[in-house]
Design a protein around this ligand. Structure first.
Ligand SMILES: Cc1cc2nc3c(=O)[nH]c(=O)nc-3n(C[C@H](O)[C@H](O)[C@H](O)COP(=O)(O)OP(=O)(O)OC[C@H]3O[C@@H](n4cnc5c(N)ncnc54)[C@H](O)[C@@H]3O)c2cc1C
Length: 674
């Protein structure tokens, strides 16, 4: 029988683990599957070089299927890990949640940047974690130089040319060095500013930069950076970020047009949802890297807190450690599968390297400390050697050699994307949302109606639990709770919807208080278990069709051209609370209530203004063969006292109306007042 081994994450840890397993396990003995949301490994130590235009974005990524020929590489996002069932859940290409069993699982999903630690950081700062981040930042830096060139005021120009990097670890130091090199080195191609106008500020909360390396080298790194023109602010903690710059905890404000955030990380979302022992977001493991309490689950790299038995210290979150853990974890899995005991994680670091721009670096290799140009040369050599394929080594080596002879490329491509708020059309019967799928969008109905269908194991066909019409919305519950959809939504008529992507929805719903309130009320109203407390009422309403309880359409039907004055008279004369509007005295086109009439009068209408201008157009309507439970939910949703009833969901010929008091009287008559 083949062992099914799943690796979650295609970073340094996951890739090394997969490569080692490929070599250590015969193919007919094991099936290896690696999940990584992107189809490539990101060589993050070189991301700063992309920002500084020393390398192209594609130089720092390696396609996984070319790196791992014997492994089934999949790009689905893993949503959940079910430790008890030895299964993972992932989002399939059709958006459905799928499950996969594993005999052994290696969790190597790294961590994610958390921009929410400081107010304003998420809105105004650039992260530096992915190739996309690096390319976007590079583009922005170029744009800032272009704006500085055409800007009239010297103060504003200085603001455009000020780059603030928050965090003095590896990525912050490297990013500050690269941006400094790029902008100062490019000043000679611009007419309106000189290298002296450029300001790069590195803000670090501790008293020394680069806590990862030895104290002597840290001091050297700081001096070298300052000599190159980087303003290093130590013991300075950023408290807030605005579009103008950053506010420090001690009350100072540092102005600058670009803020780069290299601090703050949190667990990958899949681990946030995993109930397993963690410390500061990292999974706690046994000495051999097994997840505490689970014999067939291993955790490596940035997401795990593996103690190094060489010095008894928790492993730092670096590529070097992730790679080594990947290798030793694979060795342990091979040992366990062949009945041998596993070994504790043990690693003696070979050295540390950090580039600071300006052809300068600091390095500590095999106990030898290097700095300046020699260290920089070693840095490049080591990283060239560490690149996993010969193709990339040649490519990167060539780009670096090119830069020794020619200046950096200042061209940039605008990566503006189309707006992620879009419109969509669905035909009757089309599925807009499927129950169980992960949440992606929020929808606002512009025209037409949808029905909400909930299925259960007993009733896989599903029951229509609600009907929604124009002005209403759906999809909010799963997005807000980040859980799979609890019901399907299907177009009941031809429907036009406004579709908002997850990020846009999150941003708007957080910023716009009325929307937030409307969502909170909707969540309350749409609580799934509203019927659970009254199952008998639910059963009764479900088996009663509207045609048995509806009342006659209030007469007369108004024409869309009826004047406001005449509508007023109709209310006085007939004593109704509303009238329906129809051109052909049959088809429902609108409804006008006393509230609509008052609103019509107060918004500048004249006595002759037609009702079509202040009525509610195409109101939600129920079909005569809908059941009363749907009517009750719709009445609750729209907070109305009555709803129109039409012949059929495809045909809006008015046949009656259903009133809340009639429904209540019916329930009391049938079930008593219990
Ligand atoms: C700018 C920068 C510079 C750095 N410089 C250095 C350096 O000079 N030296 C050094 O040693 N280290 C450096 N590091 C740190 C180093 O990159 C990390 O320690 C290393 O990448 C960790 O490897 P990993 O395998 O644990 O995770 P990662 O490399 O982060 O890989 C995790 C992968 O898992 C995927 N994933 C996560 N969740 C899911 C999911 N649910 N479904 C599918 N896929 C998922 C992610 O997309 C990602 O591809 C730097 C990091 C950055 C950001």
């Amino acid at each position: 029988m083949k062992h099914h081994i799943v690796i979650l994450g295609g970073g340094f840890g996951g890739v090394k683990c997969a490569q080692t397993l490929c070599r250590g396990l015969p193919r007919d003995n094991a099936e290896l599957v690696l999940f990584n949301s992107e189809n490539h490994l990101v060589f993050s130590p070189l991301l700063a070089e992309v920002v500084g235009s020393s390398l192209n974005p594609l130089d720092v990524v390696m396609p996984l299927r070319q790196l791992l020929p014997g492994v089934f590489c999949r790009t689905e996002e893993v949503q959940n890990i079910d430790l008890a069932a030895s299964q993972i859940q992932y989002e399939g290409e059709d958006g459905q949640l799928c499950r996969m069993h594993y005999d052994h699982l290696v969790i190597a999903c790294g961590n994610v940047t958390n921009l929410n630690l400081v107010p304003g950081m998420a809105d105004h700062a650039f992260p530096l974690k992915s190739v996309g981040d690096a390319a976007a930042l590079r583009s922005h830096v170029m744009e800032q130089m272009e704006k500085a060139e055409i800007c009239a005021g010297p103060q504003r120009r200085r603001w455009y040319l000020t780059f603030i990097v928050v965090g003095g670890g590896y990525s912050g130091v490297e990013a500050a060095g690269e941006i400094n090199d790029l902008v100062r080195g490019s000043a000679r191609y611009f007419q309106s500013f000189r290298a002296e106008d450029v300001s790069v500020i590195l803000i670090h909360s501790r008293d020394r930069l680069l806590p990862e390396i030895s104290p002597g080298l840290r001091e050297f790194a700081r001096r070298k950076m300052e000599k190159a023109g980087v303003n290093v602010m130590l013991n300075a903690r950023v408290a807030l970020v605005t579009p103008e710059g950053v506010g420090l905890e001690d009350g100072r404000f540092v102005k600058g047009g670009t803020i780069i955030c290299t601090i703050g990380s949190s667990s990958a979302p899949v681990l946030e949802r995993l109930a397993a022992p963690k410390e500061r977001g990292r999974l706690l493991t046994e000495p051999d890297m097994r997840l505490r309490g689970w014999a067939n689950v291993w955790a490596i790299g940035d997401c795990a807190l593996n103690v190094n038995s060489s010095d008894g210290q928790p492993s730092p979150t670096t590529g070097q450690f992730a790679e080594r853990q990947g290798k030793q974890c694979a060795g342990n899995i091979v040992r366990v599968l062949s009945g041998h005991p596993s070994k504790s994680f043990y690693f003696r670091q070979l050295g540390e390297l950090c580039s600071m721009g300006g052809q300068s670096a600091v390095a500590e290799l095999l106990g030898l400390r290097l700095s300046g140009f020699v260290a920089w040369f070693v840095w490049r050599g080591v990283y060239l050697f560490k690149l996993p394929t010969w193709a990339r080594r040649f490519q990167v080596g060539f780009d670096w050699a090119w830069l020794l002879l020619f200046p950096r490329d200042l061209a940039h491509l605008r990566t503006r994307q189309t707006d992620r708020v879009s419109h969509a059309h669905y035909q009757p019967g089309d599925l807009i949302i499927s129950q169980g799928e992960p949440p992606a969008n929020f929808y606002v109905i512009e025209q037409g109606e949808v029905e909400v269908v909930r299925s259960t194991a007993k009733d896989p066909q599903g029951e229509v639990v609600a009907v929604l019409g124009p002005g209403s919305f759906f999809g909010e519950r799963a997005l807000l709770s980040n859980e799979p959809r609890v019901a399907s939504v299907r177009a009941r008529t031809a429907v036009e919807v406004l579709v908002m992507g997850k990020n846009v929805f999150t941003q708007i719903s957080q910023a716009l208080a009325p929307l937030r309130d409307a969502l909170a009320q909707a969540l309350n109203r749409r609580a799934i278990d509203v019927w659970q407390e009254q199952p008998r009422v639910h059963e009764l309403l479900k088996r009663t069709l509207l045609r048995g309880l509806m009342e006659a359409v209030p007469q007369p039907l108004l024409k869309p051209a009826a004047a406001l004055r005449d509508v007023g008279h109709a209310f006085v004369e007939h004593g109704h609370e509303f009238f329906y509007v129809s051109s052909d005295s049959q088809t429902l086109e609108g409804v006008v209530t006393i509230t609509d009439l008052i609103r019509g009068r107060s918004t500048g209408s004249t006595p002759t203004t037609p009702v079509s201008e202040f009525m509610t157009r195409n109101p939600v309507a129920l079909a005569a063969d809908d059941n009363c439970a749907i009517a009750s939910t719709a009445i609750r949703e729209y907070r109305l006292k009555s709803l129109p009833v039409v012949e059929h969901k495809d045909n809006r010929r008015l046949v009656g109306c259903i009133r809340v008091r009639r429904l209540m009287a019916y329930v009391f008559r049938e079930l008593g007042t219990e």
